[in-house]
Design a binder for this molecule. Structure first.
Ligand code: C2E
Ligand code: MG
Ligand code: MG
Ligand code: MG
Length: 288
């Protein structure tokens, strides 16, 4: 049965980028219901310290389990939510749920450095985000330093002045900020230097070509160097092979995230054990 609905989802969404207007409206209506019916779920993906293999934190990733359509991926429904104005309700739910989960882990003796939450560019550009974050932290009792907000590079650069003042207000709440999908937008270095961010996440598009692709390797090294010179932590996304992990660690990337370390999963299925890291680098070259 699961297989069947999976295939349906696939057939329905292979054209995901060209959803027809009518489909969007239908999906929007279904999404509104989904919020009420509690069909949204949060999954969490571990983020690993590449030096020790320890799980340092998690990223929260929203999932929509629709009874008829199966699992609808966020790349499909987040844009629909942004168009239909539902994104504020979704991101609010995600933020509160993530903070509650982090508290629950702390109470269960699982201590992480951070829980990361994605913030839509729509919500980000509206500016009242800081007040909402403040309220959620108070309600859930989570200390601000454990919450990390991920905003995409393009969300920041679309409206740099607004973004800069909002990021400063968020930063003064004590939450941490990271720039997601770094390398896919056009950041001015001057702008970046003046933003109160703590992390850069190297987009998985660059990690995918590592270590063979010379351009991806050069860009990755440059982003790591840039981050270090600005005093920021670097996270690499989309690590699928040990070769990628080795390359990144060797070039000074501190943190990593990807299927090789663990797929996003419901809270109760997460594996907290340290990940074994490949040790001998020259073996890889010999085995090729
Ligand atoms: P993102 O924030 O850049 O999240 C990383 C995406 O990469 C996730 O896709 C994750 O499942 C996927 N990923 C992780 N490791 C690997 C890997 O090794 N290989 C590959 N190929 N992919 C990997 P997901 O969960 O489908 O989310 C897609 C995007 O949807 C996210 O990109 C984010 O922009 C957005 N999104 C997800 N959850 C939320 C949310 O709660 N709120 C908002 N506003 N956006 C969200
Ligand atoms: Mg993210
Ligand atoms: Mg990303
Ligand atoms: Mg992305």
């Amino acid at each position: 049965k699961a297989k069947h609905s999976g295939r349906q989802t696939y057939a329905f969404y292979t054209q995901e980028l060209t959803l027809q207007a009518r489909q969007r409206v239908e999906l929007g209506a279904a999404l509104r219901q989904a919020l009420e019916l509690g069909e949204l779920r949060l999954h969490y993906q571990p983020i690993i310290d590449l030096a020790s293999g320890r799980v340092l934190g998690v990223e929260s990733l929203v999932r929509w389990q629709h009874p008829g359509l199966g699992l609808v991926p966020p790349n499909v429904f987040i844009p629909v939510a942004e168009e239909s104005g539902l994104i504020a309700a979704i991101d609010s739910w995600v933020l509160a749920q993530a903070c509650r989960q982090m508290r629950a882990w702390q109470q269960a003796g699982i201590h992480l450095d951070f829980i990361a939450v994605n913030v839509s560019s729509r919500l980000f550009s509206r500016g009242e985000l800081d007040q909402y974050v403040k309220d959620v932290l108070e309600e859930t009792g989570l200390q601000p330093r454990y919450l990390e907000l991920e905003v995409t590079e393009s969300a920041v650069m679309d409206n740099p002045d607004n973004a800069q003042s909002l990021l400063h207000r968020l930063c003064s709440l004590g939450v941490r900020l990271s720039i997601d999908d770094f390398g896919t937008g056009y950041s001015s270095l001057l702008r970046l230097k003046n933003l109160p961010v703590h992390k850069l996440k190297i987009d998985q598009g660059f990690v995918a070509g590592l270590p063979e692709d010379d351009d991806d390797a050069a860009i990755t090294r440059a982003v790591i160097a840039l981050a270090h010179s600005l005093g920021l932590t670097v996270v690499a996304e989309g690590i699928e092979t040990p070769e990628q992990a080795i390359f990144l660690r060797r070039h000074g990337c501190g943190l990593g995230q990807g299927y090789w370390f663990g797929r996003p999963a419901p809270a109760e299925l997460l594996d907290w054990r340290p990940r074994p890291l490949p040790k001998v680098v020259y073996n890889l070259q010999q085995s090729r």
